[in-house]
Design a protein around this ligand. Structure first.
Ligand SMILES: Nc1nc2c(ncn2[C@@H]2O[C@H](COP(=O)(O)OP(=O)(O)OP(=O)(O)O)[C@@H](O)[C@H]2O)c(=O)[nH]1
Ligand SMILES: [Mg+2]
Length: 295
């Protein structure tokens, strides 16, 4: 396929609106982890689609929120930077009138002067009658390129979105090799998959205080992938909860992660998990950096 049109699209929005679900649905692959807890995504994650001579580069971002930690500051900065670094913006919202995060993001988008498509996600949770006032509310706030109701979870409305994005592509050569689907190295993806299972299996603030560090990532001669990872937690008191009675919780998390990694890489995986305490790491720039959260 000869790529002759390209575009880079920032996917922004408050936490938990379904940005990463949308990235995965558009690319047809699980690139970013997803959970029902806010602030799941912590970094910028690129997903690439090549279609009919066009290269669509999507940049998923952390949920835009009022930061309370240095990690939060970092995440919010990433969103603001991404809006200025791309060719166009996809603002993802839930089918509700705009709140504070949306208003701030819309101001940023207006300042950037970039074209913006409003994606109203999760329409599977509302009736068409509920949607009309939401559309009316947003129509007044910005000169949108398009307002598109979708359900990322049900793959509904995404073709219309792709058509609108096609109109925003500009002539140019491919930005990335055609076989490249994401910018995430395998080790990072493995750490993210483990963190996703922590988000799935742990409650309240505990999963938000976790970071996963891959100590070992090696294929042996028998084709087995050996991964050894340390789960860092913020408080000593969380350790027993993460490990669980007789190690049950950690085993369950490890099994879920291993099964997904085995499916993804189509090989046997040997996964070893350790839990360590790094008190208050989310406010420590040095430790954040060691976990890969740095500008
Ligand atoms: N009903 C419904 N749920 C959805 C839809 N899209 C996403 N979700 C759910 O919304 C939750 C959040 O999804 P994510 O994709 O992690 O949201 P996000 O915007 O990336 O969240 P952050 O990374 O925290 O900013 C998950 O439980 C998803 O399954 C949708 O179209 N319909
Ligand atoms: Mg996300």
């Amino acid at each position: 396929m000869k790529i002759d049109h390209v575009g880079m699209f920032a996917i922004v929005g408050r936490p938990n609106v379904g940005k990463s679900t949308l990235l995965n649905a558009l690319t047809g692959e699980k690139i970013a982890i997803v959970s029902d807890k806010p602030q799941t995504t912590r970094s910028r994650i690129m997903g690439i689609v090549n279609r009919d001579g066009g290269q669509y580069v999507f940049v998923d971002t952390p949920g835009f929120h009022k930061a309370r930690t240095r990690l939060g500051d970092y995440m919010v900065e990433l969103v603001e930077e991404t809006v200025t670094d791309t060719d166009a913006v996809i603002l993802v919202v839930e089918p509700k009138p705009a709140g504070i995060p949306e208003k701030i993001l819309i101001d940023n988008i207006r300042t950037s002067g970039l074209p913006c498509i409003l994606v109203i996600n999760k329409i599977d949770t509302v009736t068409p009658a509920d949607l009309l006032p939401v559309i009316a509310d947003y129509q007044e706030r910005l000169d949108w390129r398009a307002v598109i109701p979708v359900s990322a979870r049900k793959n509904d409305g995404l073709e219309i979105l792709m058509q609108e994005l096609t109109a925003l592509l500009a002539p140019g050569e491919a930005l990335f090799p055609e076989d490249m689907r994401s910018d995430q190295p395998e080790r990072v993806l493995a750490a993210e998959i483990i963190r996703e299972k922590l988000l799935w299996r742990l409650e309240r603030e505990i999963p938000h205080g976790t970071a996963v560090f891959i100590e070992k990532y090696e294929h042996d001669d028998a084709g087995i992938l050996h991964i050894s990872a340390t789960i860092f937690i913020e408080r000593k008191s969380h350790k027993a909860i993460v490990i669980g009675k007789g190690g049950e919780k950690l085993r369950e998390i490890g099994t879920l992660a291993r099964e997904e990694l085995e499916k993804k890489y189509d090989c046997k995986v040997f996964l070893e998990l350790w839990v360590k305490v790094k008190e208050g790491w989310r406010d420590n720039l040095y430790q954040m950096r060691s976990f890969g959260y740095e500008n």
